[in-house]
Design a protein around this ligand. Structure first.
Ligand SMILES: C[S@@+](CC[C@H](N)C(=O)[O-])C[C@H]1O[C@@H](n2cnc3c(N)ncnc32)[C@H](O)[C@@H]1O
Length: 203
């Protein structure tokens, strides 16, 4: 897979099958922080569902700043978990590398479980109620099965009341599907493009 340096000097890949990058080339780690971590107002002690773990940057950005986190991550492609071993990053990326090899990581601050398989199915194995959701599939055009009302409804059912989900897409159909399952929608920040991202709150 082709490794690409983004404008904040963090690396991403280009996926040939989906013909998309894993992150915005304006800055992969910046995207994790600005689109997911900051607008979701994480706190120590939260439980997080990271849908479409990929290179693990959203989980990484969370553990860099917060403690006592329980994270459940869903990903279906074992190749990307191997590829990310090629990346060198400062900070806690070693935790991500360990997690991707063993599918489970635990220390005094973090308990992280990585479930491999189609998120439409593996979400049914999540028994925790979560405070935060990172929803980061490829685009609705290329990865439509993870932007449906049915999938959003499964996510909604394991979120605590007033908990929040962030996603980079602001597509009309995505927001309509989120609203139809019960979410309240807000604009998230514009990062690397003019359109806002989306924050969805469980009412
Ligand atoms: C945009 S990338 C995610 C980037 C990632 N959040 C990160 O920080 O590196 C989308 C990811 O969704 C995964 N994916 C696509 N369809 C999936 C499915 N049905 N179930 C689980 N993961 C899926 C892809 O393998 C890819 O790793």
């Amino acid at each position: 897979m082709k490794l690409i340096k983004t404008k904040d000097n963090s690396f991403t890949f280009f996926n040939e099958e989906f013909q998309e990058h894993y992150h915005s080339i304006s800055g992969a780690l910046e995207e994790a922080n600005k689109k997911f971590i900051e607008p979701l107002e994480l706190k120590d002690g939260m439980t997080i569902l990271d849908i479409c773990f990929g290179l693990g940057y959203n989980t990484l950005a969370a553990i860099e700043k917060y403690k006592n986190l329980k994270i459940i991550a869903l990903e279906n492609d074992p190749k990307i978990l191997e590829e990310l071993q090629r990346i060198e990053l400062k900070g806690k990326f070693e935790i991500i590398k360990k997690l991707t090899k063993e599918k489970y990581y635990k220390d005094e601050n973090y308990e992280i479980t990585l479930i491999l398989g189609d998120a439409k199915e593996t979400i049914k194995q999540v028994k925790d109620k979560v405070d935060i959701v990172f929803l980061d599939p490829f685009s609705p055009k290329k990865n439509p099965e993870l932007w449906t009302k049915e999938f959003f409804s499964d996510i909604y059912s394991i979120m605590k009341k007033e908990s929040k989900l962030a996603t980079y897409s602001c597509a009309g159909q995505v927001r309509r599907n989120l609203k139809e399952v019960g979410f309240k929608i807000k604009d998230g920040p514009c990062v690397g493009r003019r359109a806002p991202s989306t924050i969805a709150i469980k009412k």
